[in-house]
Design a binder for this molecule. Structure first.
Ligand SMILES: [Zn+2]
Ligand SMILES: [Zn+2]
Length: 175
């Protein structure tokens, strides 16, 4: 959704509260494309703090389908975000490019809320996604999801506690 900012930019001290609906349906970046399964309207507050500077504050959350790191089953992950940015409306688009300001959610007087939320979601992207803490993953030989039962391949049984200990030893070796 686009919000036109010229009215608020011209009224010093003005505050507006908005609840824009997101049009965003997926989050795409170099790691892949992830569908948005659920989203709540953004709670957005725009304050003109004077001198044509706007303060954007707000929050919301989206629920994204992300594959489990071990078994690749899609997991619903809720990603909350907080918006806290300042926009200097005295700058032209050209000034912003020259100042390496990555405000690409702002074009002229138009604020692209979807783009802003997209950037906030990326900043809060989870480092690790598991369908459950003890997900058994997939068999490295046949590819079967081991949460559904054993596959019959012959493999060294891996004790997670032993794996943790051998990790510690390999760290010692590096030092
Ligand atoms: Zn899993
Ligand atoms: Zn197998």
């Amino acid at each position: 959704m686009q919000i036109h900012l010229s009215d608020i930019t011209d009224s010093e001290g003005k505050v507006i509260q908005l609840h824009p609906e997101l049009e965003l349906n997926e989050i795409s970046f170099q790691m892949g494309n992830y569908p948005i399964l659920d989203k709540v309207p953004v709670e957005l507050k725009i304050t003109n703090t004077g001198n044509k500077v706007l303060e954007l504050t707000g929050n919301g959350s989206v629920t994204v389908g992300i594959p489990c790191d071990r078994c690749l089953e899609e997991v619903s992950v809720e990603i909350p975000y907080v918006i806290d940015r300042k926009l200097d409306m005295k700058q032209s688009d050209k000034d912003r490019v020259e100042n390496l300001d990555e405000n690409d959610y702002l074009t002229g007087m138009d604020l692209d809320v979807d783009r802003l939320v997209y950037l906030e979601v990326l900043m809060n992207w989870p480092l690790k996604v598991l369908c459950k803490e003890d997900c058994k993953g997939i068999c490295s030989q046949c590819g079967k999801n081991l949460n559904e039962g054993p596959c019959g391949c012959i493999e060294e049984p891996k004790d997670p506690r032993m794996a943790a200990i051998s990790d510690i030893f390999s760290k010692f070796k590096e030092v």
